[in-house]
Design a protein around this ligand. Structure first.
Ligand code: MG
Length: 253
């Protein structure tokens, strides 16, 4: 069926769901296909930043020593200086709380994509909070599932995705939630810069990432946890992956 013989509204509805829970504060449901599509913004592509001296380098192109797959050796492969998603998720050996994160990602040219299929991965901060990685150039999907979204919660401000086959960069600043007396006092917060463009600006997570359901915070929460990279069936590539744990100012320690 071509887009010309079905209405635009029904086309967008088919991109997502209408039978999912309503999100708080907006007239949309989780993965709402009718939620407005982020404006497409052309950029100069990935902003490559070399790891600063105090960074924890999790992948520099040479080996997967910083990672496991479920406690076993990492399932992903290294190809041309990039790590390529394969078979299982990848989990960092080291745990992190508040961090600055940089990495670059791409989907190889020529692989067919269709919405959430074909070019899907993601970085789960603390293993819980997904920063969505999706080949979203000329590939419409529900807006809270596209590149730069907080999956199932919040679309990016704009769609800054590079053409398929070209590198994207993400620069992220993340803070875990703060609990007090067994309740969430401050939610997890995130800023995401995609190809040099702010796409999430000090936004709050509703809770750990969920699919087709409303995210909510658990009764208790670790202070630090490993981060994980999603294997969603697609050979998404990552390179130049580094983290800077964020703490207090030295003079305030
Ligand atoms: Mg994903």
């Amino acid at each position: 069926m071509s887009a010309s013989i079905i209405g635009t509204a029904s086309l967008f509805a088919e991109l997502g769901y209408q039978d999912t829970p309503k999100l708080p504060g907006v007239p949309y449901v989780v993965h709402d296909g009718k939620r407005p599509q982020p404006r497409v913004l052309e950029t100069a592509g990935a902003v490559v930043i070399k790891a600063p001296a105090d960074a924890v380098v999790l992948f520099d192109g040479s080996n997967l020593d910083a990672w496991t797959s479920g406690g076993d050796k990492p399932a992903w492969e290294i190809k041309d200086g990039a790590m390529v998603a394969k078979d299982k998720d990848l989990t960092s050996k080291q745990s992190f709380g508040a961090i600055q994160l940089h990495f670059e990602w791409k989907l190889p040219a020529g692989r067919p994509v269709n919405g959430q299929g074909g070019g899907n991965s993601g970085v789960f901060l603390m293993g819980l909070y997904e920063v969505q990685v999706l080949q979203s150039h000329n590939n419409p999907t529900y807006p809270d599932g596209q590149a730069g979204s907080l999956y199932g919660q919040l679309p990016p401000l704009v769609n800054a995705t590079s053409p398929q086959g070209e590198w994207n960069s993400y620069d992220v600043a993340f803070e875990p939630p703060v609990y007090k007396d067994g309740k969430v006092e401050t939610p997890a917060k995130i800023t995401i810069i995609h190809n040099g463009v702010v796409v999430q600006h000090g936004e709050s997570y509703l809770g750990p990432t969920a699919h087709k359901s409303l995210a909510s915070y658990p009764a208790s929460h670790p202070e630090t946890a490993p981060l994980s990279l999603q294997f969603h069936g697609d050979p998404v590539e990552y390179r130049n992956f580094w983290v800077r744990p964020l703490g207090k100012r030295d003079q305030e320690k």
